[in-house]
Design a protein. Structure first.
Length: 168
């Protein structure tokens, strides 16, 4: 059965990749906006107990992004990167690096937004610099956190049919 409660599907097609897939009950233009607009990102991004306290997005090729999340017991997590490809509302590619990263190198993050009949499948491919880096991330609760974050995104998308200032 598919629908708003579709789970996050995780695949590891290669020794350096993690692929995350989830279906959302919203058109691609809204889902893309939720991934790229700070006022929307702060409403859904992060695992349960975490929230964005800083969200900087310079949405242009070569532009930088930086997210500061705050979690339980005032834990902080900082991640940032550079946008490599921006093709609204179908594709978003950027680099990602955490301030206190426990594995080597920069990660390439590719989001594909595929719409069919008003529903959008988001496929995110994380390409790590090394197989060891990918394996390290798989030991973390990353997939649980992304799943919780995407549940919050699904709730946000259900609550709105338009986003102010969006481009048609």
């Amino acid at each position: 059965m598919s629908g708003v409660d579709d789970p996050l599907v995780v695949h590891t097609p290669g020794d350096r990749e993690i692929v995350l897939t989830r279906l959302f009950e919203a058109p691609a233009r809204l889902v893309f906006a939720a991934f790229t607009r700070p006022e929307l990102l702060v409403r859904w991004y992060g695992a349960r107990g975490w929230r964005l306290v800083e969200c900087d997005v310079d949405l242009r090729v070569g532009g930088r992004w930086r997210f500061v999340s705050q979690g339980p017991e005032d834990a902080r997590m900082v991640q940032a990167g550079v946008y490599r490809q921006i093709e609204p509302p179908h594709r978003l590619v950027c680099t990602e690096l955490f301030d206190d990263q426990s594995y080597p190198g920069e990660t390439l993050v590719s989001h594909e937004f595929t719409e069919l009949a008003g529903r959008t499948t988001v496929t995110t491919t994380l390409l790590y610099a090394t197989a060891e880096g990918r394996d390290t991330v798989l030991r973390y609760p990353m997939t649980r956190g992304v799943g919780q974050s995407y549940t919050r995104l699904a709730d946000l998308l259900r609550s709105t049919t338009t986003i102010r200032g969006e481009q048609p």
